[in-house]
Design a protein around this ligand. Structure first.
Ligand code: ADP
Length: 629
């Protein structure tokens, strides 16, 4: 029945505390997960919005570039309008033609130089150049050709050839003068490969310290005058850089770097030309698609227009849109990044980590949730522990109570059986003589007294437990009270063959005490001494003064008590749990009552004992106590 009660309690605990707690924890975890999902979604939305913004900004910038750069043909000495443009190439029959392969300036110069009246003279000079007279004759011939030149291109061309012939003839001074004039030739005057003649002059004059400043200045002007120079033009430029002296080191280094980067650009442009058809910039009908495709390692964006292809530098574009470094453009090969949509096939934008403060807020909220969950679990666990401890205690008390009932019934039964037996014998008049009759009657009276002592003890204890006022303090002679207890036990002591050795100081002061309680306490100690004496038959009882107290000592030479049990024997219902001890009848209340009585008189009960060597119990009661009632 009781076990069922505990189960119900456990069930109530589970239902009232554990189930809501589990539900709360599950709910909390769900909220945290949802929160995280939501934050992730928010971030994804933010990223999408940002990508859309990048997409729009790129298109808004690229479309005007496409329109304005493609609609016109680049004049020889002109730069593109937008600095992000790498080059614009024509598309003929679906094939891309690189701009330096169809250089307008070179074509025009070639046309002017190959006019028959001029070209014929030049051919003649070339022939004399290889003849016996060599350079000097050729020089004179070219000088004449210069005289026949009808435009600046022809003049510059003839001057260039004349200067070279003078150099070969050893007339370096005159040659240098001619080269100086040539240095000022406009950049659009080129040889048949599109190399500005001014660059040849610059290469020739570079070693001369007197000309160096002017040479550098002109080289810079020529380089800056066009968005690109044909690849071959970088040859005289790098040769020139090698002959410049130390004062022009910065310029020479810069030139070399530029030559390298241009070489990379030319290589990539050639690869683009080969891959052009595969980029999908032209539709099936050959018309340009409105898209921009990423190309190569330099971050190029390539777009097509009517009959042309335009190449733009991606990083520079971002810079001009003020998007660096938060946005990075990568192509499909990169694992990270968000696709920029159909207008930019294969192009992705990588956004720098944004919205860090929002992330911080979420982190804080999550920590708060976890702390709350931890607190809930901790409080529930603690409550569970308290309940479990309570249950344990209750179960122990229930067990002790059951034990007490069993022991007390046993203790009551023994005197009752004796009383009944002797009373029946008397009733049937079976006693042999009046002496025996007397003895039977004595036994009955003694057993009755034992019975009432037992009941008194239990009642006293029960009242004390309930906190009722049970003690009646009056002046008491301690020796007299102790002697009364001895008297009550004399019959039992002699029956069991005990020798009681007494040392009672009759000169003790009168103390204020409850006499019956004092008798009861002494009786309990003496009864215990009898019960736990084992084979020993000697009990000592000493009553005397100890400083400001009266001490009642009961010593036996019996089983004794282990140290660990000594601390607990004064607890109610506690009995030493050895088998021998359990065989001796008892309810575990005697010493609890002794301790209670001693305390009520402002004193104390103590024990000194060792297993197998007997025990001494002492009750100390102050002569002038401040006592509780
Ligand atoms: P009870 O004797 O009825 O069991 P008590 O409260 O009087 O209850 O004693 C508690 C326990 O203390 C006893 O069960 C016994 O084990 C131990 N005890 C008490 N007195 C003695 C003694 N004189 N010698 C040895 N053990 C004792």
């Amino acid at each position: 029945m009781r076990r069922l009660g505990h189960r119900v309690q456990l069930g109530v605990f589970l239902a009232a505390v554990c189930v809501p707690c589990i539900a709360l924890v599950a709910l909390g975890l769900r909220i945290v997960a949802q929160d995280r999902e939501l934050a992730e979604k928010r971030r994804a939305d933010e990223r999408r919005r940002e990508v859309l913004r990048v997409h729009d900004a790129l298109l808004a910038r690229l479309e005007p570039i496409r329109r304005s750069e493609i609609q016109r043909d680049l004049e020889p000495a002109e730069r593109y309008r937008h600095p992000e443009v790498v080059f614009v190439a024509r598309v003929q029959n679906g094939v891309m033609v690189l701009p330096w392969e169809a250089d307008r300036a070179a074509r025009r110069c070639r046309a002017l130089v190959s006019r028959p009246y001029f070209e014929g003279r030049i051919r003649k000079c070339e022939q004399s150049n290889f003849g016996a007279e060599g350079g000097a004759v050729a020089a004179r011939c070219y000088e004449r050709a210069l005289g026949a030149a009808r435009n600046p291109v022809q003049a510059a061309y003839a001057r260039w050839l004349w200067a070279q012939a003078l150099d070969r003839a050893g007339e370096n001074k005159r040659a240098a003068e001619l080269f100086r004039t040539l240095l000022d030739a406009p950049p659009e005057i080129t040889d048949e490969d599109g190399v500005p003649l001014a660059l040849y002059a610059a290469r020739r004059l570079a070693p001369s310290a007197a000309d160096q400043t002017r040479v550098i200045e002109r080289a810079k002007t020529v380089c800056l005058s066009r968005p690109w120079l044909p690849p071959i033009a970088w040859l005289p430029l790098t040769e020139m850089a090698a002959t410049l002296d130390r004062t022009a080191k910065a310029f020479a280094d810069d030139l070399r770097k530029q030559a390298e980067s241009q070489a990379r650009m030319f290589g990539q442009a050639e690869r683009l030309r080969d891959d052009f058809a595969r980029l999908g910039l032209l539709g099936e009908d050959g018309r340009p698609e409105p898209v921009w495709a990423p190309y190569g390692d330099e971050g190029w964006l390539v777009g097509a227009a009517e009959g042309a292809v335009i190449v733009v530098r991606g990083p520079e574009l971002l810079r001009s849109l003020n998007m660096e470094p938060t946005v990075r453009l990568v192509d499909y090969r990169e694992p990270q990044g968000e696709s920029l949509g159909a207008a930019f096939p294969g192009l992705k934008a990588v956004l720098a980590q944004a919205a860090a403060p929002a992330e911080d807020g979420n982190g804080l909220q999550r920590r708060l949730y976890y702390t709350m969950l931890f607190l809930i679990v901790a409080v529930t666990t603690f409550a569970g522990y308290l309940l479990w401890r309570d249950l344990q205690r209750e179960m122990r008390v229930a067990e002790l109570r059951a034990q007490f009932v069993a022991s007390i019934s046993h203790e009551l039964k023994t005197p009752l059986t004796a009383i009944r037996m002797f009373a029946e014998t008397l009733q049937l008049r079976r006693a042999k003589d009046p002496e025996m009759e007397e003895e039977y009657l004595d036994t009955i009276v003694n057993e009755c007294e034992r019975l009432s002592r037992l009941v008194d003890g239990v009642l006293l204890f029960s009242k004390a437990e309930q906190g009722k006022k049970i003690y009646h303090f009056r002046p008491v002679q301690p020796a007299a009270a102790v002697r009364e207890a001895v008297r009550a036990l004399r019959y039992q002591l002699s029956q069991q063959g005990f020798e009681l050795q007494m040392e009672i100081d009759d000169g003790l002061p009168v103390i204020t005490a409850d006499r019956d309680a004092l008798v009861q306490a002494t009786l309990n100690l003496l009864t215990n001494a009898m019960k736990y004496s084992g084979d020993s038959r000697v009990i000592e009882l000493r009553v005397g003064r100890e400083n400001a107290s009266v001490a009642i000592r009961v010593t036996d030479h019996g089983v004794g008590i282990a140290a660990e049990d000594q601390a607990r024997i004064f607890e109610k219902f506690y009995r030493v749990p050895t088998r021998e001890n359990q065989a001796i009848p008892g309810a575990g209340l005697g010493l609890a009552l002794v301790a209670q009585i001693a305390r009520a008189h402002g004193g104390k009960a103590d024990v000194f004992s060792a297993p197998g060597q007997g025990s001494t119990f002492i009750i100390r009661i102050p002569v002038e106590p401040a006592r509780e009632t």
